[in-house]
Design a protein around this ligand. Structure first.
Ligand code: ZN
Length: 247
């Protein structure tokens, strides 16, 4: 016999099933990514109607069956309506959810990823922050959480911690002035180096507290594009969409 459990998390996606039901994917603190069946959630008077939409964060009471979860009720703490009411924010937010769904796993502790996603969506709602920078900080920090990130603190050829001026995709990190002639590197402004060091080492709560120049933003994007292509190799549908529509 199964039993009811309460799990905390965010709805990543929601798919209609038959005429009245939904299947939702929730990124949870303790159990990672789970899939739950929400019976009757498409009925206009269902208490589950609004609480099974993407971006919704809260406590979900689920009945844990032998092989699947069934959503019983939800107590929502944040609907992120500042995102869903704005088209540009929705495009960015949808990409953040797709990326979280790709990197998160089932039956594992995903507290940090939930925390990162939550803080990132709050930053996205904040009108004073540049959305493209929010995206790049999130993209890079996700790689850090996944353990797939470059060494930005010492030269990948000689170990020097000074004069780090280039970025080598193949060596997965920075290269110093002494070694730069022997490696094919991408140029890197000192502020780009500092920004990536900050993103890697700072705690999630303090990530969205700085701005950068246009040049640094462009470098963060180019390095990410090349690095992720080599070490992750996955293309995100909603990112292509973002590039096509917004840039
Ligand atoms: Zn070196």
């Amino acid at each position: 016999m199964g039993m009811n459990t309460t799990i905390t998390g965010m709805v990543l996606s929601s798919m209609p099933i038959s005429e009245y039901d939904k299947r939702v994917t929730i990124l949870t603190l303790d159990r990672g990514k789970i899939s739950a069946f929400a019976r009757g959630a498409r009925r206009p008077n269902s208490p589950l109607l609004a609480s099974t939409n993407p971006f919704v964060f809260g406590d979900f009471e689920v009945y844990e069956g032998r092989s699947s979860y069934q959503l019983v009720k939800a107590e929502i703490k944040n609907y992120f309506s500042g995102i869903t009411s704005d088209l540009t924010c929705t495009y960015y937010g949808s990409y953040f959810l797709e990326e979280a769904a790709y990197f998160s796993q089932e039956n594992t502790d995903e507290k940090n990823m939930v925390k990162l996603l939550y803080q990132t969506l709050r930053a996205l709602e904040h009108e004073g922050l540049e959305k493209e920078l929010v995206k790049l900080i999130y993209d890079w920090k996700l790689l850090v959480l996944e353990g797939v990130y470059p060494n930005m603190f010492s030269c990948q050829c000689c170990g020097s911690r000074e004069n780090l001026v280039g970025f080598s995709v193949s060596k997965a990190g920075v290269v110093c002035t002494e070694c730069i002639g022997r490696e094919s590197v991408l140029p890197m402004h000192p502020s780009t180096l500092y920004t990536l060091q900050y993103i890697i080492s700072t705690e999630i709560e303090k990530l969205y507290q700085f701005t950068v120049s246009g040049q640094v933003l462009a470098e963060l994007k180019e390095l990410l594009c090349q690095y992720r292509e080599k070490y992750v190799g996955h293309k995100f549908k909603s990112e292509k969409f973002l590039d096509d529509i917004l840039l």
